[in-house]
Design a binder for this molecule. Structure first.
Ligand code: SF4
Length: 325
């Protein structure tokens, strides 16, 4: 047994996942359809928005506004087996923090999940550091790998992260070439980008065949960005609409931009319009079945990402918030 193995390292479990597994009693407004786990803490990186970053004074066991109580594999394995085999969770997502004790146990965990089910979808979110590392996770049984770039432009990247925007993209694009349709990234909206930056990011991802999970920046106490406000809802809705339009094959030239802002999207397809008025662009985006309930907002606040289909009224409201209706 190595020092850092699944047997020795406690596993962070998102509070929603822990509740579904019967390990934590909280009232869930919406149930997660993906089970989320976190490996490692005290990241070597210094992302200004992240509670796990080196230098962050956030309460332990936080990522975004979610708490991640820790459990042993021994405690997790049976309830997780039941939830996966009954289809309660359609995907397992393994989030990793850059530290010595995350990669080995995360790889072991993926192998164990594969033993439980050969079919369940497994995502692993890793820093976009190398293609070799992506390969390791695929070999253990991951179906998809998320390589979060987070920032929409090199300027924003430089302000909120350490390293190089282009180097991160290089890993993402190479991995997407090697494993087509199986690579995703995250874009956090509200870090200081313009809507034009976000559109450029989304177009680049689409050209590479990379799925984008949109997140709304959430200030977390104790982080370097704790005093930065979350994005304006109109800004977020416009990026969601552009992301949806591009994902459905829309022509980027039909997104009209003025002074860095989206001013119109020329919708000439009835099918797209029907999905838009049903609220599809405002649902959580990213890997299939990843609904991340209340990851970026508290119950009762404006839902930046809906973890389910919207009601007619919610869809109308979200479209109105975009200012593009
Ligand atoms: S989109 Fe969801 S399932 Fe995919 S890597 Fe991101 S958090 Fe995990």
């Amino acid at each position: 047994m190595t020092i850092f193995s699944l047997e020795t390292v406690p596993i962070g479990v998102s509070s929603g996942t822990a509740s579904v597994l019967g390990l934590k009693r909280i009232k869930l407004m919406e149930k997660p359809t993906t089970a989320h786990f976190l490996f490692g803490e005290d990241c070597l990186n210094q992302c200004a928005f992240c509670a796990q970053a080196r230098g962050s004074k956030s309460a332990p066991n936080h990522l975004s506004r979610v708490t991640w109580p820790r459990f042993s594999w021994e405690t997790l394995k049976e309830p997780l087996r039941v939830a996966i085999t009954q289809g309660t969770f359609k995907r397992v997502c393994v989030q990793t923090v850059e530290c010595v004790d995350s990669q080995g146990p995360a790889l072991d965990f993926i192998a164990k999940i594969r033993e439980i089910s050969p079919e369940v979808l497994i995502s692993a979110a890793l820093g976009p550091v190398s293609v070799a590392r992506v390969k390791l996770f695929f070999e253990k049984g991951a179906t998809n790998i998320g390589l979060p770039i987070d920032a929409a432009s090199p300027e924003v990247y430089e302000k909120v992260k350490v390293g190089s925007f282009e180097r991160a993209w290089d890993v993402v694009e190479k991995a997407a070439g090697l494993w087509p349709g199986r690579i995703s990234t995250h874009l956090i909206v509200g870090l200081g980008e313009t809507e034009e930056d976000a559109v450029r990011f989304l177009v680049r991802a689409r050209s590479a065949g990379v799925t984008v999970g949109l997140f709304a920046f959430t200030p977390v106490r104790g982080t370097a960005m704790e005093k930065t406000p979350p994005p304006d809802v109109g800004h977020y809705r416009r990026v969601q609409l552009a992301a949806f339009f591009l994902k459905r094959g829309g022509d980027a030239g039909k997104i009209e931009l003025r002074d860095g802002r989206i001013v119109s999207i020329d919708l000439d397809r009835q099918d797209l319009w029907e999905e838009i008025i049903a609220g599809k662009p405002f649902e959580t985006s990213g890997c299939l079945y990843c609904n991340r309930p209340y990851y970026n907002e508290r119950p009762g606040q404006v839902m930046m990402n809906y973890p389910r289909a919207l009601t007619e009224q919610e869809a109308k409201e979200a479209l109105k918030e975009s200012g593009l209706a």
